[in-house]
Design a protein around this ligand. Structure first.
Ligand SMILES: *Cc1c(COP(=O)(O)O)cnc(C)c1O
Length: 464
């Protein structure tokens, strides 16, 4: 069979092998990289169903990475997932009538570790082989920053620069980042908002001479390796649930922001995993929920919520899904994305496959419903949901009309959001020893002006 290559959703990028796709991140034409084919593994499910997490990850990831030798890939995966505190990496727990897929046992207690522990080691492998270097620039409002830092800390060939809005991320999340003292980690507190940080990112990345001179790279979920590594846990969870229930199909509910996580589930379904449907949950920032109910994708204002990692209006990975719905026609995608950039709005015909067969259904949970759900699960089942997971559970309950088992993805440990838990339950009970230990940790962080020039100067002086 032909090797898998990676092409842009907008069509103007020569096909890339996997390693080049990882180093490129965003395609040069502004599109996202997608595989030239999606392997069908429906004949493998029986053989794979008892594999442990790293072995299953190896079987799935290697189908997309034919320029990476098998023994190297296996070692990367082993090392990435040995940092997880739970022996199953991603355990599934029955709580009431649903199954909770716990994705928060990594070193920063959010599901982003699953992808970023792998991506960090993958970067290291590729840079070692090419004798290269990389300067990662990231903007974060919370979880991404600490998971990215943790994925590359201490690495010889990488420097990482993470911007967060000064005084506007939770103190806990700030400490998770600034307490990492490795010499290759640079935390920047920008005197501005998260949007300002993102604007600085954009400015530096669109300065191509600067970008090339400093080998600038990204770790956000436009990077294909992040989506790829997340496909694994959909299979892993399905095998556990099929074994426990005897069912042959299932559904997943996914708390969604940038659409990376649920997109991985969509790929798992295309590969032959018997997923009846995917349930997309948003908070008050509900552009995606509105789209899946009306076919209209229209930008609104971002409002802050109790589940900040879902506070996103423009979901970067949506373009990958759109590509398949637009008949894999990059001209159509480019036209729709241009229209969206200009008008803040686009419309997909209701008869596009997927809107009609409802393989993804969507709903929103507001603060009240999210906190209610946390309280209910705590009282009834003595189980603490973090506010992102709780939004997913609430929306899943609204769609509880099929007999297939329901798996709700738990994307963060509740101890990352102690205030929301206290608001919901009236008790200060969301704790984790790793976070408690941060209280007295030494920290390092540079406060910097809200200006692209300031960040550019800082970065140029400290770039690898
Ligand atoms: C990033 C994040 C999400 C959203 O995931 P996407 O892949 O961006 O849709 C949900 N919950 C938590 C806790 C997160 O950190």
């Amino acid at each position: 069979m032909n090797p898998i290559r990676y092409v842009s959703t907008r069509g103007a990028q020569a096909p890339l092998a996997f390693k080049d796709a990882v180093m490129t991140g965003l395609a040069r034409d502004g599109g996202l990289l997608i595989p030239t084919r999606i392997p069908d593994v429906s004949g493998k499910l029986e053989e794979w169903k008892d594999l442990d997490y790293p072995d299953l990850a190896f079987e799935i990831i290697r189908l997309f990475t034919d320029d990476l030798p098998g023994d190297r890939l296996r070692e990367l995966i082993e090392r990435a997932y040995s940092t997880f505190a739970h022996p199953d990496v991603a355990p599934v727990r029955k709580v009431g009538g649903i199954h909770i897929l716990e994705l928060f046992h990594g070193p920063t207690l959010a599901f982003k570790d699953i992808a970023l522990q792998f991506l960090g080691r993958l970067f290291e492998e590729i840079l070692e082989e090419r004798q290269g270097r990389l300067n990662i620039l990231a903007a974060t409002s919370g979880d991404t920053g600490s998971a990215a830092i943790c994925g590359v800390r201490g690495q010889e060939r990488i420097h990482i620069f993470v911007m967060h809005p000064h005084g506007r991320v939770s103190p806990l999340q700030e400490r998770q980042m600034t307490s990492v003292l490795d010499a290759n980690v640079f935390n920047l507190a920008v005197k501005g908002s998260f949007d300002d940080c993102q604007l600085i990112m954009k400015t530096l990345f669109s300065d191509l001479p600067f970008k090339d001179a400093h080998a600038l790279g990204t770790v956000n979920s436009v990077n294909w390796a992040r989506v790829l590594s997340q496909i694994v846990y959909y299979f892993y969870a399905a095998f556990r649930v099929f074994e426990e229930t005897g069912a042959a199909h299932l559904q997943f509910s996914v708390p969604t922001g940038n659409f990376g996580d649920i997109l991985a589930g969509w790929y798992a379904k295309q590969m032959g995993l018997p997923v009846r449907r995917l349930i997309l949950a948003t908070n008050e920032n509900d552009i995606l929920a509105r789209f899946f109910n009306t076919g209209v994708y229209a930008k609104g204002q971002v409002v802050p919520t109790v589940n900040p990692s879902m506070d996103i209006q423009v979901a970067s990975n949506f373009e990958r899904w759109l590509y398949y719905k637009a008949g894999q026609d990059p001209r159509k995608v480019a036209r729709l994305m241009t229209q969206f950039a200009m008008e803040g709005r686009m419309e997909i015909p209701r008869d596009a496959k997927g809107l009609v067969d409802r393989e993804i259904v969507a709903g929103a949970s507001d603060t009240k419903h999210t906190l209610d759900t946390i309280k209910r699960y705590h009282e009834k089942f003595n189980y603490l949901l973090d506010p992102h997971t709780a939004a997913g559970v609430f929306v899943a309950e609204q769609y509880n009309e099929l007999d297939d088992p329901m798996v709700c993805l738990a994307t963060a440990h509740p101890a990352k959001f102690p205030d929301a838990i206290e608001d919901a339950t009236g008790q200060d009970i969301a704790r984790h020893p790793m976070l408690d230990a941060l209280k007295n940790a030494k920290t390092r962080c540079e406060v910097i002006d809200n200006s692209a020039e300031a960040v550019k100067t800082y970065l140029a002086a400290r770039a690898r």
